[in-house]
Ligand binder design. Sequence first.
Ligand SMILES: Cc1cc2nc3c(=O)[nH]c(=O)nc-3n(C[C@H](O)[C@H](O)[C@H](O)COP(=O)(O)O)c2cc1C
Length: 126
Amino acid sequence: MKIHIVYYTSTGNTRKIALAIRSALDNHDVDVLELEDYQPRNLIDYELLILGSGVYLGLVGDKLIEFVRNAINFTLKYACFYSRERKEPYPDCFQPIREEADLRGSNCIGEFHCLGEPFTYYSNEE
Ligand SMILES: Cc1cc2nc3c(=O)[nH]c(=O)nc-3n(C[C@H](O)[C@H](O)[C@H](O)COP(=O)(O)O)c2cc1C
């Protein structure tokens, strides 16, 4: 199967998950994209799109949302994953992406979430 893993990471946790997923899919044809700068993509050739992000102030990364909104063509199937710091999951964090995928007729076939390494804000001020 031709699969595209697209993810946004701020501190690296999502990259670890994305690369673990790619390893687990080693009998498939997998392209991996870490979102840095936004570029519109044509996703029509992929049978499955896997979208990943950390949770930032309750939502997935803006760049991932923009990526989906501006994709030229979409896939029929997608799956998504996110990591977070808080114990409770964020069932709505992918909502902007779900809405866009619904408009494009794409079905979510699975969702995964887990705890990431805690984000700590270090301040030089005492
Ligand atoms: C700016 C910022 C905001 C965050 N906001 C939340 C939050 O609202 N809830 C939460 O559980 N974790 C929050 N976190 C923690 C991240 O979701 C968690 O560390 C995640 O694994 C980060 O993924 P990444 O390393 O791929 O960026 C935040 C982290 C950062 C840097």
